[in-house]
Design a protein around this ligand. Sequence first.
Ligand code: HEM
Length: 216
Amino acid sequence: MRSWIKPALFIACLIPLAQLAYGFYTDDLTANPIEYITRFTGSWALIILITSLAVTPLRKMFGWNALIKYRRMLGLFAFFYAVLHFLTYMILDHFFDFQAIAKDIYKRPYVTAGFTSFVLMIPLALTSTATMIRRLGKRWQQLHRLAYIAAAAGVLHFYWLVKSDIRRPAQYGAVLALLLGVRVVYALLPAASKRFAGKAKAVTPQTGGSRSTSAR
Ligand code: HEM
């Protein structure tokens, strides 16, 4: 019934690329096009990555289980924009000067954080196929928790590169912390309710009650 959502989301994720292509075609990428493209692709990589991380919290909080169908696409688009971001840096900014790139990764903390984020996204993209999900089983979920670390490294990368106005990285950081907070609460909830159920069972025979309070 909602078969249009997936293609619509696919097209929506291509809009930033189209915007970039249009800006290139009309020669409207500011006075420093390389910096513009780097920032633009970096921003979209992080926005889409954080959006993909919102899927599980939204499912848990509101029961919107259908969202799971779009998570893989979002993750892969985040990686796609991260690849464009890295290629812009490697080709347009550094002209394949791998020595300078390695020095940058080693010496500049914000590049180290960006590189960490990018490297962490690689196994996530490679294991996003149905075959890999089946093959890795439970380990797939554990591996894909790396997406949170990749996003946190992306936020740190952004935070470290801005000179004074930290509002945007702080906003991304706040959203990420909120999403992680929801995950932690839901991870602790079953443990807490199990403990509660255990206590309730222990109390029930003494009080003579026949119904367990955990059922309520
Ligand atoms: C090898 C990996 C990476 C390198 C070398 C790199 C490098 C850079 C550089 C040079 C800039 C522009 C700095 C400036 O304006 O002076 C930048 C900006 C940025 N990057 Fe990266 N980056 C990498 C990975 C990533 C990843 C994986 C993400 C997202 C998950 C990301 C998100 C961003 C963001 C959000 C910005 C700032 C955008 C803005 O100013 O609006 N970067 N990066």
